[in-house]
Design a protein around this ligand. Structure first.
Ligand code: ADP
Ligand code: MG
Length: 323
């Protein structure tokens, strides 16, 4: 039922930033090279993502944005397991059940664009449209039909900042893609394709941080830790510049965080934060990224081994500086 969908989505779609993350991942899945984002009122008024990707056929639009029979919520246990978009094809229908969602798209090679509009999970309009290429998704009035969820949102500024963080995190893992981020009419970020991590970080972090970064490049047993970290005492830093990735996916993993902090132990002044963008590459069978995708946590088969590897990789870069 519509109510079940809303309940499920209320669990699944936590806040504007989680909507933006799903839309951006879809654009990247569609192999977009240019992604333009516009956010209004911290994402509660509008979240719009337009890409130049492969597009979607007019016949497939309805299937993409409405919940189909195979993914019905049957029990509260299902609800629990749906706590993130772990299920294929769940994201857009969930978002569409708690907003007014309009999707316009034209598949590569076609000359017929089409749109569909869904309001609170119900299709309210669809038909031909004008669009040069790719896909545009507009999500308006997020959660207006779910007051309980609305109550948990923070200020417009905070929710907007979370949206921008989501974009930056993904942009750092997709250097070749051009991302634009608008807040209202103002271009807040223009991330042109970069040839390396420092190039892209330079458009996101201040020069004082960029100037004092050390490279990390550590191989062991088929694992690779690569990226940049701040030299101790180079800057006071900000707690939110701890960007961690596992197999190119942004994570907020406690073990990863602890390993980095541990490596800096005894090297930092009070209130000084390590500033890092680190990419860990591990064989896929050694990591479970679906433990809690909404919270971006991961579970490694060999937790202690991974901890030691990350710590060692960071320590090595710090020691290189000291000798
Ligand atoms: P999933 O990504 O798990 O397949 P979603 O609900 O996120 O599920 O998207 C549903 C489908 O809609 C996708 O499988 C894809 O076919 C299509 N789609 C969504 N966004 C885009 C996009 N930006 N470009 C092309 N196709 C898209
Ligand atoms: Mg998706």
């Amino acid at each position: 039922s519509a109510l079940q969908n809303q309940i499920a989505a209320g669990e699944v779609v936590e806040r504007p930033a989680s909507v933006l993350k799903e839309l951006l991942e879809n654009s990247l899945d569609a192999e977009a090279t240019r992604v333009q984002v516009a956010v209004d009122r911290g994402g509660q008024g509008l979240i719009q993502v337009q890409d130049d990707g492969a597009g979607i056929h007019p016949d497939q639009l309805e299937l993409a944005v409405t919940r189909h029979a195979t993914s019905k919520i049957a029990s509260s246990e299902d609800l629990f397991s749906l706590h993130s978009f772990g299920f294929r094809g769940e994201a857009l229908p969930s978002i569409a059940s708690v907003s007014r969602l309009r999707m316009t798209s034209i598949p590569t090679g076609s000359d017929m664009a089409a749109f569909i509009e869904v309001d609170g999970g119900r299709v309210v309009d669809q038909g031909p449209a004008a669009l040069a290429g790719g896909t545009r998704v507009e999500v308006r009035d997020l959660f207006v039909n779910v007051p309980a969820r609305l109550k948990f949102l923070k200020t417009t500024a905070t929710e907007g900042k979370r949206c921008q963080d989501v974009l930056c995190r993904l942009a750092l893992a997709h250097l070749g893609v051009h991302f634009e981020y608008k807040v209202g009419d103002r271009v807040a970020l223009d991330l042109r394709p970069a040839t390396d991590l420092r190039g892209r970080l330079g458009a996101i972090w201040p020069p004082t941080v960029i100037e004092n970064l050390l490279d990390v490049d550590y191989f062991r047993d088929g694992h690779h830790l690569q990226g940049v970290i701040s030299a101790p005492h180079s800057t006071q830093g900000q707690a939110d510049r701890m960007l961690l990735y596992v197999n190119q996916r942004p994570v907020q993993d406690k073990l990863f965080l602890r390993a980095v902090r541990d490596a800096y132990q005894g090297r930092l002044l009070n209130r000084e934060y390590p500033q890092v963008a680190l990419f860990l590459q591990v064989p896929p069978q050694e990591v479970d990224v679906n433990v809690h995708p909404a919270k971006s946590e991961v579970r490694f088969r060999d937790q202690q081994g991974i901890f030691a590897l990350i710590r060692r990789g960071v320590v090595q870069a710090l020691e290189d500086l000291e000798t």
